[in-house]
Structure formats: structure tokens, C-alpha cells
Design a binder for this molecule. Structure first.
Ligand code: NAP
Length: 536
């Protein structure tokens, strides 16, 4: 076939996206004997771990809780080198998995999906990719990632800039050499906080553009010795159980004791221990009441502010690095490694864009309301159009030409975070209203559910599944109820889409905790797939 002719492939299931969730979905469907293929926009597997190859990118979750648990052989043969593995290691791991389970032959790369249209008559999707290829799957499984549609500042002029620039979520394969250069990093979320110390190490000058400071705590990463790896393997069943009991799918569970009823010195000793422990324990293993009670939250917030003040020499600068608009944990807090100390260095400066907004990008740098910053490199650590952004960038049309974008205009609408009314045989894995915490611990359960549902339909001779609108309404009420009364409820954060200008505020994740999520899905499934309509 010549390149000018596009291929049309008819099949049972198409998985979109070769990230950690999509790879497992491909594996499970293939295991069920479903005729399945995968398309991926990039040239390699890894999803977030393929695109976010910026210096400093690494797990915030314990490596072995983020990796797969489905294969004892895989656990036996893969050694993690650090408690929080860096991007290159994770990318290697995912490549290893794809080859180890012979999945690469099922993946077609450089196929960005541009449209997916439901064909009621044929009871199939018509999926068209950027290369013009057409896929005709019975079932369409989207594993697009919640943080995969990069967002940029709206200031004009970037096309004029003659230096190098890159977004952390679309980092060039060949990397960027900061040595001796004048560099700006825009954005101080998890990505910005990870890259800043490494840019500061090499650059001649670094200007950090901060719109809102975050509550960052130390990652306290460490190498995994062969002895520790053997110990992890011997406890892997226990580790799995811990992830299943934890609301965030991590090793951490909140302390249920009241921090408010505790003596101040005892509470402080707890905070000291959490701050100096590895990982996200300060957020995920803290007292439950700091997420629910403003007075408890104020205590931990004041504690972390004190730790920041002790690390930044200039008191005025320290205050600018301390959030004033939200308490600890209201937004997903970044982990850092030497972030605050960077601001003690003479070649590093901080621009608060609230006081000094960016006006435009110029040929030679960034113009603000107060002046011009000459730059060789601009790093955009400006985040993503989270959760729904990757869906909105595809023209997805369900029954009667209904566009998913329109259906989701006021916020995402799903049933169980897995399906959408009016969009038959469309499955979401790691999409809106279902995920939180350690993403693969939410999505491996979802991928198993999708594989079992598709296999069950095949056995029963059913071709179409779709949720009822009433079931969707109920799920939305349940999702929204989970965030009410928590400290997160009022946060300005990507979890509500508030970083995207013009986006209607809607909670995009699932705050009820993963154990409850799984129970809800299992209960509906055991109850004859309550809320779903199947047809032949
Ligand atoms: P983010 O948390 O959305 O942070 C984006 C940053 O850019 C924010 O500081 C934001 O300010 C700023 N920004 C956006 N537009 C701007 C503009 N026009 N001018 C100035 N500043 C602007 O994105 P992220 O850092 O990429 O992280 C997103 C999520 O990815 C994290 O919350 C985390 O869940 C995940 N992540 C995880 C890891 C890890 O596990 N190690 C690493 C990186 C990311 P505002 O706060 O004011 O919006």
C-alpha cells in the first residue's frame, strides 16, 4: 500500500495512549483474547514518562507502588534504583514491560487521534488519526492521561523569541543545555519545582516567574540497595494490600487521631517526623483533620511556613515563596530537592507575576510591566489543561453527532468515571471523575473492569453497552458530594480546571478515596451492571 492510501483497520478494541494505564489495558484485553491494537501520538511508549523528560522529572510516589503488580515475574526481575525513580528509569521500565509481554507489535506510533465518531448502524467507532489512518473498533478505550495537554501563558509574542524554549510536558529528546545561559522558568507547580534546582546548577542566571507559590516539602529521596530491593520483594503482597487500603493508592494512610486534641509539642513532633520522611507523607500520611478542619489545617500550614523561613535567608523573599491564598494540601503539594536553597544564590531571582505581570515575549526575552529580562532559554512549567483537555482536543462524537466537548461543556459527565451516556462502547481509563493519588493504582482496576466487560459482552453476544443518563447524574452527584466539606473544596487548582481561563469550575478528580471508588464500581457490576444498557 502506498503512503498516500490510508489504512482502514477493523478490530474489536482500540486503546488510545501508551502510558502506564494504556499499556496495562492493552495487556489485559490481549490476555482476554480480544483483537486489540493501540495507537500512540509519540514515537515511544511511556505517556507522561515519555513526554516529561525534563531534568529533575521523577516520581513523587514510591517507585514500587507506582509500578505494575500483575506479574510476579516482572516484580522478580525489575530492580528499582531509587525510592523515587527518575524519568529515564521509568521510561526504561515501561519499555521493558512492553517488550517483556510482547505488546510492541500491537502498538502503532505517531498516530495522534483527531476524531472518533460513533457509527450507530455498524455499532463501531470510526477513529481517524493525524496520519490519515482509520481504525474501526467495536470498543474504544481512551487512556489519554490526566496531565497530557500542555497549557501555555496567553501573553503574545512567543513566535518572535529567538532563543530556545520548551514546555516541561513536551521536552525535546535531545535536551537543553543551560550551561552559562540566561534562563527563565515560568511556573512553580510540581514540574517547575523539580526543574528549578537543576537549571540553577548550570545556568549563568535564572529568573523564576511565580504566579502562585506552593507548599513544597522535601522528597528525601534515597537509593534502593540490593538488600532493600530484596526486602521490598519479600513484602510485595503487604505493599499491594497497603495501596488497596489507602485512599490515594499509596503506602500512606491518614492518621485518624485528632491533631487538635493533641498537645502542641506532640503535634509538632509528628510534623517534624513527616517533614523529614521520604515522599508525599506530609500530605497523604498526615492527620485526617488537616484535610477537613481549617484550625487543624492552619497548624500544619504555619509549621511548613516556618520551615520555609528557616531555609530562605532573605525574609522578604521567604514571604513571597510562602502561599497566602491556600493552606497546605488544598492543592496537590509539590515535592522538592533543594528548591528553597536555590533562592539564596546570587544568580537566581524571583518575579511574582501578580505584582509584575508578563506583557509579552520578545525576540530577546520577556517583557513585564516593570522591564525586560534578556534570556537565552524559556522553560514553560505552566501545567496542563488537566483531565478533560486531552479529550477536548479530539473531536469525539457519540449518538446523533453529539460532541463530547458539548456534553462536557459545564464539566465532565461520566458514569463511574468509566463510560459516558450517549457515547456507546467508549471507555475512559484514567479519565475524569475516577482518579486520585497514584494513578496506576486507580487505572489498573479500571483496565481490569473494561477487559472483563468487553469479554463478557463477547460471551453473551452483545455488541453495545452504554450507561443511562440517570446513572450518570447519580455519579456526578456522588463525585461532587465527595469534595464538599474538605479543605480542597475551595482550591484554585488544575483539579477544578481553574488554571484554564474561561473554563467552568467543576471537580475533575475523585475525592472519595480509591477503596470507595472500587467498592462502588464492584457493587454496580455485581448488581447486574446497574445503570448500564446492553444490546446486541
Ligand atoms: P501545575 O501544577 O498546574 O503548575 C503550573 C504552574 O505554572 C503554576 O505555578 C501556575 O500558577 C503557573 N502558571 C500557569 N500559567 C501561568 C502564566 N500564564 N503565568 C505565570 N505562571 C503560570 O503544573 P505542573 O507543575 O506541571 O504539575 C501538574 C501536576 O502534575 C502536579 O500537580 C502533579 O500532580 C503532576 N506532577 C507530578 C510530578 C511527580 O509526581 N513527581 C511531577 C510533575 C508534575 P498557578 O498556580 O497560579 O496556576
Amino acid at each position: 500500500m502506498s503512503k498516500s492510501q490510508s489504512a482502514v483497520t477493523t478490530l474489536d478494541a482500540l486503546v488510545v495512549g501508551a502510558g502506564i494505564s494504556g499499556i496495562y489495558q492493552l495487556y489485559t484485553l490481549n490476555q482476554q483474547g480480544v483483537d486489540v491494537r493501540m495507537v500512540e501520538a509519540g514515537t515511544g511508549v511511556g505517556g507522561v514518562w515519555f513526554w516529561n523528560r525534563y531534568p529533575g522529572a521523577r516520581f513523587d510516589s514510591e517507585s514500587y507502588t507506582y509500578g505494575y503488580f500483575f506479574s510476579p515475574e516482572l516484580i522478580e526481575e525489575w530492580d528499582w534504583s531509587e525510592e523515587y525513580a527518575g524519568q529515564p528509569e521509568t521510561e526504561r521500565y515501561l519499555n521493558h514491560v512492553v517488550d517483556r509481554f510482547d505488546l510492541r507489535r500491537l502498538i502503532t506510533f505517531e498516530q495522534r487521534v483527531v476524531s472518533a465518531v460513533w457509527d450507530s448502524e455498524a455499532a463501531r467507532w470510526t477513529v481517524t488519526t493525524s496520519s490519515g489512518d482509520v481504525w474501526r473498533p467495536r470498543h474504544l478505550v481512551t487512556a489519554l492521561g490526566i496531565l497530557s495537554a500542555p497549557a501555555f501563558p496567553s501573553a503574545p509574542g512567543l513566535a518572535d523569541f529567538r532563543g530556545e524554549w520548551a514546555h516541561t510536558g513536551l521536552w525535546p529528546d535531545e535536551g537543553i543545555d543551560f550551561t552559562g545561559k540566561k534562563v527563565a522558568v515560568i511556573g512553580t507547580g510540581s514540574s517547575g519545582v523539580q526543574i528549578v534546582p537543576l537549571v540553577a546548577r548550570d545556568a549563568e542566571q535564572l529568573v523564576v516567574f511565580q504566579r502562585s507559590p506552593n507548599w513544597c516539602t522535601p522528597i528525601n529521596n534515597f537509593a534502593i540497595t540490593p538488600e532493600r530491593m530484596a526486602d521490598i520483594r519479600s513484602r510485595i503482597g503487604e505493599i499491594w494490600d497497603a495501596t488497596q487500603l489507602s485512599p490515594s493508592g499509596s503506602m500512606h494512610r491518614p492518621i485518624m487521631e485528632s491533631s487538635l486534641e493533641m498537645a502542641a509539642d506532640q503535634r509538632r513532633a509528628h510534623f517534624d517526623r513527616l517533614y523529614d520522611s521520604p515522599g508525599l507523607i506530609m500530605a497523604l500520611g498526615n492527620f485526617r483533620d488537616v484535610a477537613l478542619d481549617k484550625r487543624a489545617n492552619d497548624n500544619v500550614t504555619a509549621y511548613i511556613a516556618e520551615r520555609i523561613r528557616a531555609r530562605v535567608h532573605d525574609p522578604e523573599l521567604a514571604e513571597r515563596l510562602i502561599p497566602k491564598d491556600h493552606g497546605f494540601g488544598q492543592k496537590r503539594p509539590p515535592l522538592e530537592n533543594g528548591y528553597y536553597e536555590v533562592f539564596n544564590e546570587p544568580h537566581v531571582s524571583l518575579v511574582s507575576t501578580g505584582e509584575e505581570p508578563i506583557v509579552r515575549f520578545t525576540e530577546t526575552g520577556i517583557e513585564t510591566v516593570h522591564g525586560h529580562y534578556d534570556l537565552d532559554v524559556i522553560v514553560f512549567a505552566t501545567g496542563f489543561e488537566a483531565v478533560v483537555g486531552s479529550y477536548n482536543r479530539i473531536d469525539i462524537r457519540g449518538r446523533d453527532g453529539l460532541a463530547l466537548r458539548d456534553h462536557w461543556e459545564a464539566g465532565p459527565r461520566t458514569y463511574l468515571g468509566l463510560t459516558v451516556a450517549g457515547f456507546p462502547n467508549l471507555f475512559l481509563v484514567g479519565g475524569p471523575q475516577s482518579v486520585t493519588g497514584v494513578i496506576p493504582r486507580a487505572t489498573d482496576f479500571q483496565a481490569d473492569w473494561v477487559a472483563a466487560t468487553v469479554a463478557g459482552m463477547r460471551e453473551r453476544g452483545e455488541t453495545v453497552v452504554e450507561p443511562a443518563e440517570a446513572a450518570e447524574d447519580e455519579w456526578i452527584d456522588h463525585v461532587n458530594a465527595g469534595i464538599v466539606g474538605t479543605m480542597q473544596e475551595t482550591a484554585e487548582s488544575w483539579a477544578f480546571g481553574s488554571n484554564v481561563p474561561g473554563r467552568k469550575r467543576a471537580y475533575l478528580l475523585y475525592a472519595g478515596g480509591l477503596p470507595q471508588y472500587r467498592e462502588r464500581v464492584k457493587a454496580a457490576t455485581a448488581d447486574g451492571y446497574r445503570g448500564f444498557k446492553f444490546s446486541s
